[in-house]
Design a protein around this ligand. Structure first.
Ligand code: HEM
Length: 519
C-alpha cells in the first residue's frame, strides 16, 4: 500500500519519516543538561532522519534552463487536423489533455534573474491517452546553431570562466563571431524580445521541423507555434536590468499571481505545414534550425489552445522534477532529420537519468496517465511496479502489441543515402537574408534603436579588439548601416562585411520521397 500523502494544512500529526509521532520537533535528546546527544530512541532517529534528509535535499540543477517557473492546465483541440496526423490527441475536436508547462531562462543558475537577456524555454507536457507528448520549445523560432556538436561549446561561453568563475563577454562574443549562423537568433535575442515581460506573456516555437504522420503513412513537415493570447510583451533593457536587482523572481511571481487571481494565461496553438515536395523546392533547408518559414507562403493553421489554471502545490515535486524531452512523443508526431533535434532526442533522457534517476518517468509529474507495460524493472526509486507481469517477452503471459494499421511507411518516408561525413554547412548569403529582412523590414524604428542600444551595451564590455571587429563584420554582412551604428556606439572602427559563399553554394535538401528502398 502506498503511504497516504499529506497535502495541505490538515490535522496531520508531526512524525518521523516512518510515520511515528514526535512530541517535540525542536528538541534533540541528550544526557542531562549538558551531556552528549543520545544515539538511541525515537527522538534520536528523528534528529538523524531530519539531518540526513536535509543533507540530501539538493539534486543537480538543470545544466541549462536551471531557473524556471511552471504551472498546470490543459491542452484543448479546437480544430480538426486529422488530415495531418493520426495522433489520438487530435482525433476529435474538443479533446482535452492535462498539461504541465515549465518556462525558463537558459544560461543562468537556478537563482539567477528572471529578466536576464536570454532566450526563454517553453516546455510543455501533454498527457494523452497514447502517452506523454512533450513539446520542448523556446520563445524564439530559430536557434544559434545547426550543428549539434557546437552546443556544449556555445553553452560554456555563457557559463562561468574556469579560472575567474566570472561570466565573460569575450567568451560569448568570441563564439558568436566565429559562428555567424547564430546571427538570426542573435538579433532576436538583442531586440526587446530577449527580455520578455514575465514568463507567461510570450510565444513558444518548435523551432525545429517535426513530422505529422497519418495512419496511411502520408506525412508532412510541420513547425509548431504557441502564441500568447495576450500578445508577446517585452521589457526595455533598463527596466529588465532594474528588475533583475529589485526582484530576481519577477517572472515566477507574475505567473503564480496571475493564476491565483484567476487571470489564467492562455495560448493558441498553430501549425505551419510543408509537403516533402514543397520542402525540396523551399529556398532554405527545412532541417536548418536557423531559418523560419515565411508565414505568407506557409500560413499558420490553428489547432488548439493551452490554458494554465492551476499552480503547483509543491514546486519541487511538480516543476523541478518535471522531465521534458523531445523524444517523449506519441504515434503520429515524429522528429525530423534535423541533426540538432536528433541530438536532443538523446540528451534529455540522458540528463534526466543523471538529474532524477533511472526511474524519472515514474515520478508523479512525469508518469503517463496510461498504464506502462514493458520489461523495465527495478532500479533506484522504483515505486510503480508492474506486479507479477513477466520481465521478458513471455509466451506464458504475453504483452499484447497494437498492430500497425499500415505496412508500407518505409516507402513514404524520406530515403537517405550518402557517405559518412562531418556536418559541415558553409556560411552563405542565405544565412543573412532572414536577419536582414528582420532588421530592415520587420523591426520598427524604435525596435531598431533598442536593438543597437542593447547590443552596444554588451559588446562594449569585450576587451579583445579582434573579437569586436569579427562580430562587426558579421553585422555588416546583415546590413552595413547596422554594423556602422554599433561600431560608433562602442567606439570601434567601422568594418567591412564578412566574405561569405553565394546562396547557390548550398546543396538543396533532397528527401528522395517515394524512391524505392533496396534492402
Ligand atoms: C533543457 C540539451 C537545444 C529547449 C535542456 C537540458 C539539456 C538540453 C541537457 C536540461 C534538461 C533537464 O535537465 O531536464 C540541449 C542540447 C541541444 C539543445 C544538447 C542542442 C544540441 C535546444 C533547443 C531548444 C531547447 C534548440 C528549443 C527549441 C530546451 C528547454 C529546456 C531545455 C525548453 C528546459 C526544459 C525544462 O523546462 O525542463 N536542453 N538542448 N534546447 N532545452 Fe535544450
Amino acid at each position: 500500500m502506498p503511504s497516504k500523502q499529506v497535502t495541505n494544512n490538515d490535522d496531520a500529526v508531526y512524525t518521523t519519516s516512518n510515520g511515528a509521532p514526535v512530541a517535540r520537533p525542536y528538541a534533540a535528546e541528550k544526557i542531562g543538561l549538558h551531556g552528549p546527544l543520545l544515539l538511541q530512541g525515537p527522538c534520536h532517529f528523528h534528529h538523524i532522519d531530519l539531518l540526513a534528509h536535509f543533507d540530501r535535499e539538493r539534486i543537480p540543477e538543470r545544466v541549462v534552463h536551471a531557473k524556471g517557473a511552471g504551472a498546470h492546465g490543459y491542452f484543448e483541440v479546437t480544430h480538426d487536423i486529422t488530415d495531418l496526423t493520426s495522433a489520438s490527441l487530435f482525433k476529435k475536436v474538443g479533446n482535452k489533455a492535462r498539461t504541465t508547462v515549465r518556462f525558463s531562462t537558459v544560461g543562468g543558475e537556478s537563482g539567477s534573474a528572471d529578466t536576464a537577456r536570454d532566450p526563454r524555454g517553453f516546455a510543455i507536457k501533454i498527457r494523452t491517452d497514447e502517452g506523454n507528448l512533450d513539446w520542448v520549445f523556446n520563445n524564439t523560432p530559430v536557434f544559434f546553431l545547426r550543428d549539434p556538436a557546437k552546443f556544449p561549446h556555445f553553452i560554456h561561453t555563457q557559463k562561468r570562466d574556469p579560472q575567474t568563475h566570472l561570466k565573460d563577454a569575450d567568451m560569448f562574443w568570441d563564439y558568436l563571431s566565429q559562428n555567424p549562423e547564430s546571427i538570426h537568433q542573435l538579433l532576436i535575442l538583442f531586440s526587446d524580445r530577449g527580455t520578455p515581460n514575465g514568463y507567461h506573456n510570450m510565444h513558444g516555437y518548435s523551432g525545429h521541423t517535426f513530422k505529422f504522420v497519418r495512419d496511411d503513412g502520408e506525412w508532412v513537415y510541420v513547425q509548431i507555434h504557441v502564441r500568447a493570447d495576450g500578445g508577446f510583451k517585452t521589457l526595455d533593457s533598463e527596466t529588465a536590468g532594474r528588475l533583475s536587482g529589485e526582484n530576481p523572481d519577477y517572472g515566477i511571481q507574475a505567473l503564480f499571481e496571475a493564476i491565483e487571481n484567476k487571470q489564467y494565461p492562455s495560448w493558441t496553438v498553430y501549425v505551419q505545414t510543408m509537403t516533402p515536395q514543397q520542402a525540396e523546392a523551399f529556398r532554405y533547408n527545412v532541417l536548418d534550425l536557423t531559418k523560419v518559414w515565411p508565414h505568407k507562403d506557409y500560413p499558420l493553421r490553428p489547432v488548439g489552445k493551452i490554458v494554465l489554471n492551476e499552480n503547483p502545490q509543491n514546486y519541487f515535486a511538480e516543476i523541478e522534477q518535471s522531465a521534458f524531452s523531445p523524444s517523449h512523443t506519441v504515434p503520429g508526431i515524429e522528429p525530423s532529420a534535423d541533426p540538432v533535434l536528433q541530438s536532443r532526442l538523446f540528451s534529455y533522457p540522458d540528463t534526466h537519468r543523471h538529474r532524477l534517476g533511472v526511474n524519472y518517468q515514474q515520478l508523479p509529474v512525469n508518469a503517463p496517465i496510461v498504464p506502462v507495460a514493458n520489461f523495465q524493472r527495478d532500479g533506484a526509486g522504483t515505486f510503480v511496479s508492474q506486479g507479477a507481469r513477466p520481465s521478458y517477452q513471455s509466451t506464458i503471459s504475453p504483452l499484447t502489441y497494437r498492430p500497425k494499421p499500415y505496412t508500407n511507411t518505409e516507402h513514404k518516408h524520406e530515403v537517405w543515402a550518402g557517405h559518412a561525413r562531418a556536418h559541415l554547412y558553409e556560411i552563405s548569403e542565405l544565412d543573412f537574408e532572414q536577419p536582414r529582412n528582420l532588421y530592415t523590414k520587420v523591426l520598427s524604428d524604435a525596435d531598431r534603436e533598442h536593438l543597437v542600444h542593447n547590443i552596444a551595451a554588451n559588446l562594449r564590455n569585450v576587451k579583445s579588439a579582434e573579437i569586436k571587429a569579427r562580430q562587426l563584420a558579421v553585422f555588416a554582412a546583415v546590413d552595413q548601416s547596422l554594423s556602422d551604428v554599433i561600431a560608433k556606439a562602442i567606439g570601434a572602427p567601422t568594418t567591412l562585411p564578412l566574405a561569405v559563399a553565394p546562396a547557390t553554394a548550398v546543396v538543396p535538401l533532397k528527401t528522395n520521397v517515394g524512391q524505392k528502398v533496396v534492402s
